[in-house]
Every structure is written in C-alpha cells, then in structure tokens.
Unconditional design. Structure first.
Length: 292
C-alpha cells in the first residue's frame, strides 16, 4: 500500500511547486489550483500575521497594498466571497504563495492565535464612521453594545491592547488615506519587508486605488472624505455618541480614540476634509500614537 501512495504524493508535491512557480512569474492559477492554494493558506502552521479590523475600515485596501508591495498572499478563511481570496488574482498582479500569508479577519476567535508569537495589524477607523457605515444607524447606546454589532469594534481594540507590544501595530484608517506612504512604510517595517516597490506604487497610486475600488465596489466615499458618514449626523448626536463610548468603553476611548475622534478635535467645516486642515491634527495624532 505504501508503494502505491508514493507516486501520488510525489505528483502532488510537484504540482504544488509548479503552482508556486506560476504565481511567482505572474501566471493566473486555474480554479482547481486556487482551491489547493487556499487550502494550503488556511492550513499554514507557522507564525501567523493577522490583519484585523471592524468592517468598513479599509481592510481590503490594506490587503491590496500589502500584497502588491510584499507579494505575500492575503486571505480569509471563508471563501464564499471571491474577495476573500488573494487580491492579486483579481487585480492581476504577482503574488508568491510560498511566502507566509496574511490572514484578513474581523474577529479573532479564542484559541486561534498566540499573542506572543503571532503578529497583529489592527486598523481602526473613526467609530462614528465605521459603525454608522456598517450598522446603517448609530442613534442609540444599543448600537454600541452586544445588542447591536458595534461591540466588536471595541472588543478588537481591547484585544490589541492585550497583545505583546513587540508583535502589534495599530494603523488608523485616516492615516492610511491621508498619509499612505508614511503609513505603509511603518507597516512594511513592522513586517520586516523592504520598501523596494513603494516609490513605484505611489507613482501609480491613483491607478491602484481605482483597481481596489473596482474590487470593493461598496465604497460610498471612495476615500474622498474621512467624515463622509458622520457629517450626515446632527452635531448633538455626534457628541452624544462620544459620551456613550466614554461611558461604555473608557479604556478604548481614553487610550485610542478620544485624541483622534472626539468632537472636540474633529473639524467638519472644510470642504475637503481629507486634504486640508485635518493634516496638522493627524500629524500630531500620529506622533502621539508612536509613543504608545
């Protein structure tokens, strides 16, 4: 029986090597090859890298950037949505599935990670933007608790806070949109990846954004306004949301959110929020976050 299995085993090994070689030179795998590769990514048992975020927080855009810049494949364990497969397959750029994958997720289940070994990238977006965008409403305290789905936003920050500091990095959505080169440099450094492709990426930045938006067509603001959703709220409600968050999640609010997203510091008066007067505020915020 063993002799009968050996040729098949050798054949599978050769097949996987061919798949990897095809991916490195940019050839698109077949549907059958994709299933084998995805199974391999899910079963990866080395030190893991997680890309964690609340929904609607540019997880797909960050995945696109990191795949293009590092050739490391990203994926989600659920394959029903084609976007949960490596995005290079959709945007037609090279990825190398021999490299350690980056796992996209919105929830990290207990027992699926090691805080002292695995790396964690957490993307945090203004809660008045992210939760409103995902829930389609944010007008009561219940939308921030387990009765709604907003609690996940704050649970992810609490998980990040408990992670080994050497193995974690927090990226604010707004920095990724407003200062992409600096932000991506930080992430590449964290991943021990060279920034060799970053200048070329930035040169064609608008084209890359267009491709990513084609993949993630649900984007409302197209990254044109970081206060797109909260501008549509009444000022009184925005202040009330700040108070609810401070009451329900004081650690997250005081350590990670208040200096960025409280009504006391946000400016809704500029026509183009993402390019003008918020830059000084965000530069100060980036300096504060580096000291954490």
């Amino acid at each position: 029986m063993v002799k009968k299995k050996e040729p098949l085993m050798k054949k599978n090994i050769i097949f996987l090597l061919l798949i990897t070689t095809n991916l490195i030179i940019g050839t698109q795998p077949t549907a059958k090859e994709k299933q084998i590769i995805l199974h391999k990514l899910v079963k990866y048992n080395g030190p893991k890298t997680f890309l964690l975020s609340y929904p609607r927080s540019a997880n797909t855009w960050m995945r696109y950037c990191l795949e293009y810049l590092t050739q490391r494949p990203t994926f989600h364990k659920t394959h029903t949505d084609k976007r949960n497969q490596p995005l290079g397959w959709l945007a037609n750029f090279e990825i190398d599935c021999a490299k350690p994958p980056i796992e996209k997720t919105h929830v990290l289940e207990p027992g699926s990670f090691n805080k002292h070994v695995d790396k964690l990238i957490l993307i945090v977006r203004n809660p008045k933007e992210a939760i409103q965008r995902h829930e389609h409403q944010l007008n009561s305290k219940e939308h921030l608790t387990a009765k709604g789905r907003g609690k996940l936003y704050f649970d992810n920050i609490a998980l990040f806070d408990s992670w080994d500091p050497q193995n974690r990095i927090l990226i604010y959505y707004e920095d990724l949109i407003l200062a992409p080169k600096t932000t991506l440099e930080q992430v590449l450094f964290f991943l021990n990846e060279p920034p060799s492709k970053l200048d070329a990426f930035m040169k064609d930045y608008a084209e890359h954004q267009k491709k990513a938006i084609q993949i993630y067509s649900e984007s409302n603001s197209k990254a044109a306004d970081i206060l797109f959703h909260s501008k549509r709220m009444k000022p009184e409600l925005r202040k009330q949301i700040d108070q609810w968050i401070a009451e329900l999640y004081p650690m997250q609010w005081n350590n990670y959110l208040k200096f960025r997203f409280s009504e006391a510091v946000l400016d809704y008066g500029t026509k183009n929020t993402t390019r003008a007067t918020t830059m000084a505020l965000l530069n100060n915020a980036m300096s504060s976050s580096k000291q954490r």
